[in-house]
Write a protein that binds this ligand. Sequence first.
Ligand SMILES: *[C@@H]1O[C@H](CO)[C@@H](O)[C@H](O)[C@H]1NC(C)=O
Length: 540
Amino acid sequence: MGKETSIVHLFLGFLACLSVLVVKAEDPYRYFTWTVTYGTISPLGVPQQGILINGHFPGPQIDCVTNDNVIVTVINKLDQPFLITWNGVKQRKNSWQDGVLGTNCPIPPQTSYQYKLQAKDQIGTFTYFPSTLMHKASGGFGGFNIYSRDMIPVPYAPPAADYTLLVGDWYKSSHKALQRTLDSGNALAFPDGILINGRPQSTSFVGDRGKTYKFRISNVGLSTSFNFRIQGHKLKLVEMEGSHTVQQVYESLDIHVGQSVAVLVTLNQAPKDYFIVASTRFTKRILTATGILHYSTSRTKASGPLPIGPTYHVHWSLKQARTFRMNLTASAARPNPQGSFHYGTIKPVRTFVLANSASRINKKLRYAVNRISYVNPDTPLKLADYFNIPGVFNLKTIQDKPTPGPTVFGTSVIGAALHDFVEIIFQNYENTIQSWHLDGNDFWVVGYGNKQWTPAMRQKYNLYDAATRYTVQVYPNSWTAIYVPLDNKGMWNLRSAIWPRQYLGQQLYLRVWNNERSLFTEYDIPKNALLCGKAKGQHI
Ligand SMILES: *[C@@H]1O[C@H](CO)[C@@H](O)[C@H](O)[C@H]1NC(C)=O
């Protein structure tokens, strides 16, 4: 053997070792054990039953890094079946872990289930919350933050600290009382308050003058959009549900139910305390929560009028939403620019127009999508698919476009092929704000408009630098258009993030499918999957 070839062989051997090493180097694991109990909390000054995780309301925060495996054992000590869903955590190839009734059997009382999630190829600000019944109204939610790996540049200097703010409307009534109201066919009353990290006022965030802090703000409420602002300070938007945005500066930001944003705040004012404010949007009565931004050397309490924010101004919100853009040159979870994938040049293969509605069936209030008011079957859709159990759902229940006729009950599942690139129009003929969330896939928000969507509206789409996210608002009597790459095989919930609407039928599932059974496109059913309904007694 000549000298050169032996060197080549040596080099190839080295490469082979390296690739073995690369394959073996598993992503890190983070373990959490969560005991879910009832406990007395008094966020609005009156004791009420809350849902606690390890004794805490709100629940513990998950902080992890891109690609980490996150293993969460949930021990259900409530008196009802329970599930947690991971809002915006994509779970590639793994709708088995999505924690909604279409994918998972609920965890019976006094038992546990171990979720195995992976924050694969994701960064950003997300949340988790209970998906069962009206449990979300009593707690059980928390922050889920995915940090960038060290090797990947983030498009801003590291902040001095990172704060998570869970903001949402709140009722003094228990989740069971709220459920009774909905079950009896009535809408919920107006909420009793709005909370920031479990308190209507005085949650405090400390910083040093001259430094910059990151505030991750999520709307964990049931029904109400809010506007967020900090007295005397500006908000520089840097991230929105996993997209690095063009860093624009705002006086205040609207955040709709289920949405998350991250902003940078520089403490460049006189060293005192300042009010942090969240106030309800599009409501006749305005509820306000306050927190405190405390300069570390401050000896002066926050004072003066609260900074003013928009209240019913719909157009203001729409205009602001149109300014949210993706920073195309920033890296995302992988070390390549976010703009390297040119979504605007791909022609969608299908268009869905999904119209929400409120009407009565048997005199009881129900919400629907294209006239179908969703009912959860006893057998999760995903299990029905896996075990080939007939009679649980069919793909003809819901139409791709609104059709005239009465609202009926049904189990809506839209069938789509893996890697289909689709356009969804959320058409809102109602006079209230909507918020839609898709599990398992993020999407480009390409357009917002008034009244009726028509194909001509496509000319006004942003096909260049729209940001991707998981949750999008639709203004009253308006439409929102999204482009969705269905690259994640599985059964994915598309729902109203406005929880009473979801509970009373404004949801459906997208079955993203191909006929090839392969671990490259979808993971196998987990060994510990719970079985219920017609899947009971099946063998995994
Ligand atoms: C976009 O990202 C790049 C690359 O990280 C960064 O240098 C730039 O400041 C960002 N621009 C804006 C407007 O956010």
